[in-house]
Ligand binder design. Structure first.
Ligand SMILES: O=C(O)CCC(=O)C(=O)O
Ligand SMILES: [Fe+2]
Length: 408
């Protein structure tokens, strides 16, 4: 298969925020939106968008669903037989949407066939409303090409790093009956997410960043569940989106959301970050670190206090400072490598089996990595730890060295 170029160009001055459309979340067909326009007008502007006609040629759309015609009506149903045959009876993660457990839904594991049988026989009820979610199916079956990452979402440093290193990724399948739902949350690290509906319809309530603060209780906690009525009472700005089959939603960084399946639904989604939102991820990581330090302030005198904080940071945030630097270093090394191979007209750095970055894109990634590393170097936790500080300096020097060499 030929590779597709992610052709990023210099941002022009009217490609900043879509302020004129401040009250609108557009729906655009993928043939009508270039990679470059998505990159600057939505991803970099941190503004949501629905992309239509996104999964026309995906294997999962052809085979995981089947069309049935009843008088005048064409409906999509889940093809339970195909799913069983193709995937087999593995263990799958399931949330019980009827039970709240520590500000989330109660989780369990089930055999895939048991889950599908119960779903098909509609045995889920108001006490046991089961949602198969956060399933790493692509990692489980890497050779099964059941979907293609849309070009818009292919600049993804998080999964590029995790897949290269064979670590747990953020590529998921969700499937569940009508009325299964995901409680009010913002995504891990402050990452973006994209979600494509293979079958069914979802309703999203989406809040611009900081609007959620109007919902905190006296202890600063956010609600587990929201309703339109609550949002209206609290004067919260929000958007309601109905996402149908074959549509992708782009959820920007820090936009809180709650999601309901209005019908039986299957979706594919990824969480990710890249040059556009990596400064936000860094800010969130540093803020979480300050919270950890504050929490165990009384133990400051103990041996390895800083190391202990990094362990707690990883437990609460998901990554710590050295994990974050590992991601930046990996992406930086690959981009520097691509620059040198590009000079020999030999492009071999392929993202998600399909995409390659334009020269400007590679250089833009490197420039942003250098900026974030400079910000990390000035963090007080980093300033106090020579090995972290030296590591940042060394990485910045590599980028500067490359820049100087290529300008001469
Ligand atoms: O579809 C769902 O139930 C939740 C999806 C979600 O939260 C996301 O894509 O960020
Ligand atoms: Fe989410």
């Amino acid at each position: 298969m030929s590779t597709i170029l992610l052709d990023l160009k210099l941002q022009n001055s009217n490609q900043t925020q879509n302020n004129d459309n401040e009250n609108l979340i557009p729906r655009i067909k993928q043939s009508d939106l270039s990679y470059n326009d998505f990159y600057w007008n939505y991803m970099n502007a941190n503004w949501p968008i629905i992309l239509t006609s996104i999964s026309n040629d995906w294997e999962c759309r052809r085979n995981w669903t089947k069309q049935t015609t009843t008088t005048n009506n064409e409906t999509t149903e889940i093809n339970f037989i195909y799913l069983k045959q193709k995937i087999g009876n593995c263990h799958v993660p399931v949330a019980n949407c009827s039970k709240e457990y520590y500000n989330s839904h109660e989780k369990c594991e089930m055999k895939f066939f048991d889950y599908l049988d119960q779903w098909q026989q509609s045995v889920f009820d108001t006490n046991r409303n089961l949602y198969l979610k956060d399933w790493h199916l692509k990692a489980l079956m890497p050779d099964y090409d059941f979907y293609r990452v849309p070009k818009y979402f292919a600049s993804d440093w998080l999964n590029e790093y995790l897949v290269d290193k064979k670590l747990d990724d953020y590529r998921f399948v969700y499937m569940g009956p009508r009325d299964s739902w995901t409680p009010f949350h913002a995504d891990v690290f402050g990452s973006y997410s994209w979600s494509t509906n293979i079958a069914g319809r979802k309703q999203w309530l989406l809040l611009p960043p900081l609007e959620e603060q109007k919902l905190t209780d006296s202890l600063g906690n956010l609600p587990f569940r929201i309703t339109k009525q609550l949002l209206t009472e609290k004067n919260v700005k929000f958007f309601t989106i109905i996402q149908t089959e074959n549509e992708s939603i782009f959820v920007p960084s820090g936009w809180y959301h709650q999601v309901w399946n209005l019908t039986d639904t299957i979706s594919i989604n990824h969480n990710w970050f890249n040059a556009c939102n990596v400064p936000i991820i860094w800010r969130n990581l540093a803020t979480c670190m300050q919270r950890v330090i504050h929490e165990i302030e009384d133990c400051r005198g103990m041996d390895n206090f800083e190391e202990h904080c990094q362990t707690m940071l990883r437990a609460s945030f998901g990554i710590n400072y050295s994990d974050f630097l590992n991601i930046l270093e990996h992406i930086m090394t690959k981009r520097l490598q691509q620059c040198s191979t590009n000079n020999n007209n030999n492009i071999d750095n392929i993202l998600f089996d399909t995409f390659t970055l334009s020269d400007f894109h590679v250089r833009y990634d490197l420039a942003i990595i250098a900026d974030v590393l400079e910000a990390i170097q000035n963090d007080e936790v980093v300033l106090a730890r020579a090995e972290l500080c030296d590591r940042c300096k060394e990485l910045v020097e590599k980028i500067k060295g490359f820049k100087n060499a290529s300008e001469n």
